[in-house]
Design a protein around this ligand. Structure first.
Ligand SMILES: Nc1ncnc2c1ncn2[C@@H]1O[C@H](COP(=O)(O)OP(=O)(O)OP(=O)(O)O)[C@@H](O)[C@H]1O
Ligand SMILES: [Mg+2]
Length: 295
């Protein structure tokens, strides 16, 4: 398998402490790779190592299957922590400054500003932009030079729900055009809507999981509270032999998928079992991660 970003046993130590510890990242072309972790987990440091902004203590970073780093890094745009904007300049002026590093036509700059929804900010200075506007300008700057990969560090941190949606839509649009993403966040739910893969980071250590695997781990179960657990079990075994369940103190926990809970309810009631409660116990995305992160 060819990865566009791959790290092998990547480690960064500050003093004795490994803030990135033997990390192996695997990002494929087209992925939206969500890097998730609490404050201080090592997300920014990992991104800086990938971008060549920090030097590893050991291990390696392999980009685009092993191209020379100086060539491959040109194909990566990034926004690390807050964008470093020139506050007293407009969006267009900011873009032009950063475009010096990646020669771009005026038309292209205008197209990028329109794309991130800043096409009509005119003479308004970047210092007066909302947080969301600043982030979007940061993304437009990261897009200069037509990158194949965007590495965004907490692009939705501090945004209101509308701002979050705008950034998410922008990411989805760009991904549909073939751009690969690595995005860090501690707002798990927001990455949950877009990520294809995850790297869960905790105290410098990274664990990878695909969105599919995650979904399996977040599978829901059905809880049925009855007045007669034994009789309820008999009914289930006879009429729904495909279901996996446990029973304790009259409470059934059904772990397989139940397509029609009302049918199940009818069968139980029809057999004389009193059903007090029927609830879908969903292991939420956040609960899953909190379980992992707190490990
Ligand atoms: N230049 C540095 N010198 C010493 N320690 C550092 C340096 N940079 C980062 N660290 C430490 O490394 C650890 C990981 O920091 P990092 O910024 O990578 O975490 P993070 O996951 O991005 O956190 P946050 O969610 O707060 O942005 C922290 O404990 C931090 O204090
Ligand atoms: Mg950080």
């Amino acid at each position: 398998m060819d990865y566009v970003i791959e790290t092998r046993s990547l480690t960064k130590k500050y003093g004795e402490r490994a803030v990135v510890n033997q990390v192996s990242v695997h990002v494929k072309k087209g992925d939206i790779y969500g890097l998730i972790g609490k404050n201080g987990a090592g997300k920014t440091t990992l991104m800086r190592l990938i971008l060549g902004l920090a030097v590893p203590s050991s291990g390696e970073v392999k980009l685009f299957g092993g191209e020379r780093a100086d060539l491959s890094r040109r194909k990566i745009g990034s926004l690390i922590e807050a964008p470093a904007l020139f506050k007293s300049e407009t969006a267009l002026e900011n873009m032009k400054r950063f475009a010096l590093l990646a020669p771009t036509t005026d038309d292209e700059i205008k197209r990028l500003l329109e794309f991130v929804g800043l096409g009509d900010t005119g003479t308004k200075k970047a210092g007066a932009f909302s947080l969301g506007m600043k982030q979007r300008l940061g993304i437009a700057i990261a897009l200069l030079g037509n990158p194949e990969i965007l590495i965004l560090d907490e692009p939705i941190n501090g945004l209101d729900p509308a701002g979050i949606k705008e950034i998410r839509d922008t990411i989805m649009d760009l991904n549909a055009k073939g751009i690969t993403f690595m995005i860090s966040s501690h707002i798990l739910d927001e990455l949950g809507k877009i990520a294809t893969n995850y790297g869960i980071m905790n105290d410098g250590i990274l664990e990878e999981i695909s969105a599919e695997e995650l979904k399996k781990n977040c599978r829901s179960s059905l809880k049925v509270v009855t007045d007669d657990g034994e009789r309820a079990s008999d009914v289930l075994r006879a009429q729904f032999p495909e279901l996996n369940f446990t029973v304790k103190d009259g409470v059934l926990e059904i772990s397989s998928e139940v397509k029609d809970a009302s049918l199940l309810n009818k069968s139980l009631v029809g057999a004389g079992v009193g059903v007090y409660e029927l609830t879908n116990e969903k292991i939420e995305f956040e609960d899953y991660f909190i379980g992992r992160l707190g490990k």
